[in-house]
Design a protein around this ligand. Sequence first.
Ligand SMILES: [Zn+2]
Length: 303
Amino acid sequence: MIFELVILGNSSATPTLHRSPSAQYLKMLDHHMLIDCGEGTQVQMQRYKIRKSKIKHIFISHVHADHMLGLPGLIFSMNLMQRTEPLHIYGPDALFKILDLFIELTDNHMRFEIIKHVTQTEVKEVIFEDDELKVSSFPLYHRVPTTGFLFEEKERLRKLNMEACEKYEVPVSSYADIKKGKDYVYNGTLIPNTTLTSEPGSPISYAYCSDTRFDERVAKNIKGVNLLYHEATFLHDKLARAIETKHTTAKEAGIIAGLAETQKLLIGHFSSRYDVVDELLVETRAEFAESYVAEEGSKFTLC
Ligand SMILES: [Zn+2]
């Protein structure tokens, strides 16, 4: 599977008996990543069978406790487990001040390197890139400097037609070029690439937006994304509270999804005042039909 997202937590502010604070595990291509790391995330990882040792990249949206309090614990557990592989952490400047202080004052002898990537909270920028995947951060509009994250698969290579490749005796050493679109010459005859390959599927993308006040600029930065997670902390009757705390209502999350022209919306970061979140989903769906609750433990896939 090219894309697998597991919701580890979807609560805002304090953990409740039924909901954990924000955290998501994302496997995209060969990358194993965490997005936000609220209190108890490492316990949630155990519950949903996600190995800590696999995680190489952690993306933190902002330094409010419900999004990062689990990070020191996770790092210390990784250290106790004798990790030696570097860990890439992406987040605002304040995050690293907190982490540095934790590590220094707790006199922990770190066995692995933490590679810090400070996010710019005013502009959209690419923060990770390889041959297959690009990750960007982009501004959100919250009470402290905050970013969302956009994960984009790059243009896919063409799919080999193995039957045709065998028929024209294409050596394995030429596969990479043929996947990129090159033709092949067999006994002096040009075999067009379209005979040897088929169209690849479209690249996929995912955007994570938590926490933020409703803002159309968010939609502009993620336009056309396949799957969108957006916070929906309150019902719209609590709009005044949403404005005051710089959060989004369920209705507004649906509006953003429409503006972003996404295919599917997941809502989360629910206020602990809601024991059940059915009403929030109804409100979001009135604006954007393809909306779902990012239930803890649920898995979403794309291919
Ligand atoms: Zn926050």
